[in-house]
Design a protein around this ligand. Structure first.
Ligand code: AMP
Length: 281
């Protein structure tokens, strides 16, 4: 396994690999890897001759006052994990390498970024699409794998890939959870033992909503109220949003005919967690 830090070295490797007729699979991450990332890597391994994993805490997707500086980092441990998942290359550039002085170009996807996390984190998705577009041009993958844990991000990247004609297959993978159901996230590290217990309210709320939905409840407000009630019981929980929306357009849905995305963002203490569930008949 090889770690590459420079954009031009990464591009040279990608060009040579493509010229040799080999398929490149790519998993972009911000590091501090867990089993959710490993599941993406395993999928990538099966879809390409070479697996590239990027580890880059991308400053442009963090807002003012968010956790860019504090975001957990551990390149040594991550290298072990990528290696045992069968990864071939880690691309780990510095922020200066990705955004040298004078940098001034951004990629923005319009409609699907307006609701949910886009409403509360105004520059977040522009940062995500900018860095992913750059990474696509640097790693030159045939296929890229993303998690449904960040559902709106996956929809946004699919949209960008279509709109900008990136010749890359985008694969979405289901959320990997801890044994008790909490969605794995690098940010779970921030939780105190008491907060870790209370954080389970996101998963519990989604489960209760699914039960209600299966029992025939199609009115979004009723489903939202049920989820919010379960979350509000926890003293450390502060709801950013609880929404039911269309799984492709990400617009609010008042009534569920066929399929819908129930999406949650909740602060547990100072830690903002997200989770979601696709409800389908
Ligand atoms: P991150 O390092 O948090 O930016 O995530 C990198 C990729 O891993 C994204 O495509 C995420 O959606 C995905 N991911 C994060 N957590 C999970 C999880 N628990 N299960 C599956 N995929 C995940």
């Amino acid at each position: 396994m090889n770690t590459i830090k420079s954009v031009s070295d990464m591009q040279q490797w990608a060009c040579a690999t493509r010229e040799a007729g080999k398929r490149i699979a790519f998993v972009p991450t911000m590091g501090f890897l867990h089993e959710g990332h490993v599941a993406l890597m395993r999928e990538g391994k099966g879809r390409g001759d070479y697996l590239v994993v990027s580890i880059f805490v991308n400053p442009t997707q963090f807002g003012v006052g968010e956790d860019y500086e504090d975001y957990p980092r551990d390149l040594e441990e991550d290298t072990e994990k990528v290696s045992s998942a069968g990864g071939n290359i880690i691309f780990a550039p510095s922020a200066k390498e990705m955004y040298p002085s004078g940098y001034q170009t951004f990629v923005a996807v319009e409609k699907v970024t307006q609701n949910l996390c886009g409403a509360s984190r105004s520059t977040h998705f522009q940062g995500v699409t900018t860095v992913v577009a750059k990474l696509f041009n640097i790693v030159k993958p045939h296929v890229a794998i993303f998690g449904e844990k960040d559902y709106q991000q996956l929809v946004t990247i699919r949209q960008m890939t279509r709109d900008l004609n990136f010749d890359i297959e985008i694969i979405g993978m289901p959320t990997i959870r801890e044994e008790d159901g909490l969605a794995m996230s690098s940010r779970n590290k921030y939780l105190s033992p008491e907060e870790r217990k209370q954080a389970l309210c996101l998963f519990n709320a989604l489960n209760q909503v699914e039960k209600l939905f299966r029992g025939g409840e199609k009115n979004s407000k009723k489903l939202i109220d049920r989820a919010a009630t379960i979350i509000r019981v926890q003293s450390a929980a502060d709801i950013d949003y609880v929404k039911v929306c269309h799984p492709e357009t990400i617009e609010d849905l008042e009534w569920i005919d066929d399929r819908a995305l129930m999406a949650l963002a909740v602060k547990i203490g100072k830690t903002r967690l997200i989770d979601n569930l696709v409800l389908k008949n």
